[in-house]
Design a protein around this ligand. Structure first.
Ligand SMILES: [Zn+2]
Length: 71
């Protein structure tokens, strides 16, 4: 049912599988490309999502309704 369980690689467009990886501090689950070996962990996915929404990079002026800083 969950389409998010499977994804396509952003590098080669290959199929990605959900797999367990061993990080520096703790194990984590992420996506691994069967073709080129690209690994995407939840943190990367979250960052990409933020960047896609324009929250992970410097915000374009005039697009946010919430402006906390003033010139
Ligand atoms: Zn790939």
């Amino acid at each position: 049912m969950e389409k998010s369980l499977f994804s396509t690689c952003s590098r080669c467009g290959g199929a990605m599988i959900f797999d367990k990886f061993y990080g520096h501090h703790e194990d984590f689950w992420g996506l691994k490309c069967l073709i080129c070996g690209e690994i995407i962990d939840p943190v990367i996915l979250e960052n990409r999502e933020l960047m896609r929404l324009g929250l992970g990079v410097s915000l374009p002026r005039g697009t946010m309704s919430e402006q906390k800083f003033h010139p």
